[in-house]
Design a binder for this molecule. Sequence first.
Ligand code: SF4
Ligand code: SF4
Ligand code: SF4
Length: 275
Amino acid sequence: MKKIKEYKHPFVILIVFETVAVTLWLTKNNLFYLFNFSYIGLSVSLGIFLFIRKYKHARRIVQLLVGLYMLVYLGLICHENMQIEGFWYYLFTGVFEAATIHYAVAKIFGPLIFGRGWCGYACWTAMILDFLPYKVPAQSGRKLGWIRYITFAASLLFVSALFLAKVGNLERIMFRAFIAGNLAYYGTGIILAFVFKDNRAFCKYICPITVFLKPMSYFSLIRVKCNKDLCINCGKCKRVCPMNVDVTDNSRNRKNGTECILCMECVKNCPKNAL
Ligand code: SF4
Ligand code: SF4
Ligand code: SF4
């Protein structure tokens, strides 16, 4: 009985995703939603199952399963632009389809529940950056976060300009923008990782999506918390954190609190199981 209880989380996650999958399939009369959300639900549930089994690559497996699906299948094969430009594009055309639903669920309203789980378990940009050698940053955060507002504004201006100039064949342009945008993200991300000796430098300073993710994840229901009765202030959790979060502070204002990607490195490394 205890064993079954241990595995209730992956089961619950699977049920939630299946409910979304079936609801969207029936309401939108589109089989794609059944396939899409079932696949993501199965991938996430498998990851949680492996995490419970203490498999050390559990997070990376989910990241690759979901990230590659989004990048290769949805992006390159189905020509669905899931970058932020794609979000603006579908928003302006008034189409509430894959990209807008994806942003609403994973990046705007979802973070109220699961914080920046997207960044830890699904993002195809970070999926590559996490292979680089600087898993733990050499230095704590620099004050460069303002750059994200520039990239955010640039993405919005780019798509607005296309609409204002009444440019034709927008679908094709958006697909090219998807390829160019991804190459730019990977290139910049890899260079920054080596310059700052920090795999996640791109996430911390450049990524425009954090303009949505950070404020919403401030209110996240799911957070890593510290049991002060068990904690011995050894500092190990902060030393292994890729995002420089002060995870021993339980307040919502903790240092870099909205940077937490729920990777669970702190939890795995705490010698007292205080997290
Ligand atoms: S911050 Fe941006 S690039 Fe980094 S994981 Fe999140 S969405 Fe991906
Ligand atoms: S690793 Fe655990 S015991 Fe050490 S400071 Fe962090 S929470 Fe406390
Ligand atoms: S190590 Fe802990 S605090 Fe840091 S990002 Fe991962 S889960 Fe969040």
